[in-house]
Design a protein around this ligand. Sequence first.
Ligand SMILES: Cc1cc2nc3c(=O)[nH]c(=O)nc-3n(C[C@H](O)[C@H](O)[C@H](O)COP(=O)(O)OP(=O)(O)OC[C@H]3O[C@@H](n4cnc5c(N)ncnc54)[C@H](O)[C@@H]3O)c2cc1C
Length: 408
Amino acid sequence: MTRPFQKVVIVGAGPSGLLLALLLSKHGIPVEILEASHQLDQQPRAAIYGSPAIPDLKRAGIIDEIRRRGMSPRSVCWRRFEDHSRITGMDGDVLADVDGEDLRMACLVLDQLDQLMLDEYLSKYNGKISWRHRVVGVGQDQDQAWVDVETPEGKKKVHADYIVGCDGGTSTVRKCLFGPEFPGFTWDRPIVATNVYYDFTKFGFNDSSFILHPEHFFMAARITPDGLYRVTYGESSGLTWEEMKERQPWKFELMLPGHPKPHEYKIINMSPYRMHQRCSPSFRKGRFLLAADAAHLCNPWGGLGITGGFVDIGGLYDCLAGIWDGKADDSILDLYSEKRIEKYETIINPVSQSNFRRVSDSDPDTLLERDPVMQACKKAENDKALQKELFMSAFDVRYDFTQHYRKD
Ligand SMILES: Cc1cc2nc3c(=O)[nH]c(=O)nc-3n(C[C@H](O)[C@H](O)[C@H](O)COP(=O)(O)OP(=O)(O)OC[C@H]3O[C@@H](n4cnc5c(N)ncnc54)[C@H](O)[C@@H]3O)c2cc1C
C-alpha cells in the first residue's frame, strides 16, 4: 500500500515527544526524535498525570507499567495553613472502574516515566533517536519540511513529511514559525519544587494536599510508593536562587506540619520555576505542528501541564494515523490546531488559573463560602456518584478527532 507520507520527525525527547514517538511507531509510522541534550531531563517536574491522559497512556501500552513502578494516588484535598486541618477533598478511587476501565490518575516521577517510554520506543519499535541534535532553524516547501540541526559532527539538515515541535516552553520550532512572542503572561510569584522524604502521614496527610495561604501556600503530594513527597511552595518575588535556598529551612519549619528542623527531613532535589499562562497563535504551520509545552503553558497547580500535553499528543496521533491510513486528509491537522487551542482557552487556561488563585487566596478562611469548586467537593464528600461525575467532567479537555475520519 502506498502511504500518503513517509516519515515524522519529533523535536524533543521530553514526555510529549516520547509519547508521540511511541504511539506513531506502534502504528507502524517511521519516526525520528531529535534531542538537544545528551540525556533525558532530570529536573523535578511533573509526577502526576490526570485522568484525561490515561486513555492515551493506555494506548501507548504503558499504563500498567506506570502504575506498577509508581502509584495511583487516591485523595486530593485542601487544608488550612494554621493547623493543617482538612477543609474538603475528593477520592480518586471512584474512577477505578468506569465501565470496566481504570481511569484513576497515575503517578510516576517524570524522569522515570521518560525512561520507561524511551526504553519501550527503542526496544519494542527499534526507535530512532539522535542525541546532541539541537534544532536551530526550520524550512519547508511543497514536498517536504526540514530542520537545521547543530550536532557534534557539525551542522546538518533533517527532512520529513511532518515535523512536530515537542521542544518545551522555550521551543525553537515555535519561535521559528511564529516569532519570539508567546502570547499570555508570567505570574509574579516564583515557586520552588522540592522532592523530600518527610513523613506527612504522621499528621494525617494522604496523597495530595493543597495548603491555602496568601504567602506560604504549598502543595504536598506523595510521588513514590516509598514515601517521597513533592513539596512545591510559593516564594517572594525578587529573590535570587541563592536567597531562596537560604530561606528553604525557614519556610519548611514555618509551613510543614510538625514544623520540622532540617535534620528531620531529607531533600533529594530542589528547583525554582516561573509560572506562565501562554498559548501559541496556532499549533500548525504547513508541515510543522506544535504540541504540549511548546504549544501552551500553564501553572502546575492541579497538574494540568503535561496532562493537557498528553491529550494534545493523543489527538495529534489520531490525526496523523488517520492520514497515514487514508481515513483523513491533511486538513485534519488544521482541526487539530483549532480544537486544541479551543480546549486550552476554555479549560486548561481558566481552570489552572483558578487552581493557583485558590491555593494563594488572600482570605482562605472564607474561601469555602466563595469557591464553587470547593463547594461542589464538599457537597460530594459522602456521595460517590457525584464525586465520579465531578472527576469525569475533567474529560472535557479531550477531543475526538476520529469523528472527522471519512465515513467510507
Ligand atoms: C514544578 C513542576 C511540577 C509539575 N507537575 C506536573 C504534574 O504533576 N502534572 C502535569 O501534568 N504537569 C506538571 N508539570 C508540567 C510538566 O512538567 C510539563 O508540562 C512537561 O514537562 C512538558 O513536557 P514537554 O515534553 O512538552 O516539554 P519538556 O519536558 O520541556 O521537554 C522538551 C525537550 O525538548 C528538548 N529540546 C528543547 N529545545 C530543543 C531544540 N532546539 N532541539 C532539540 N531538542 C530540544 C529538551 O532538551 C527537552 O528534552 C509540572 C511542571 C513543573 C515546573
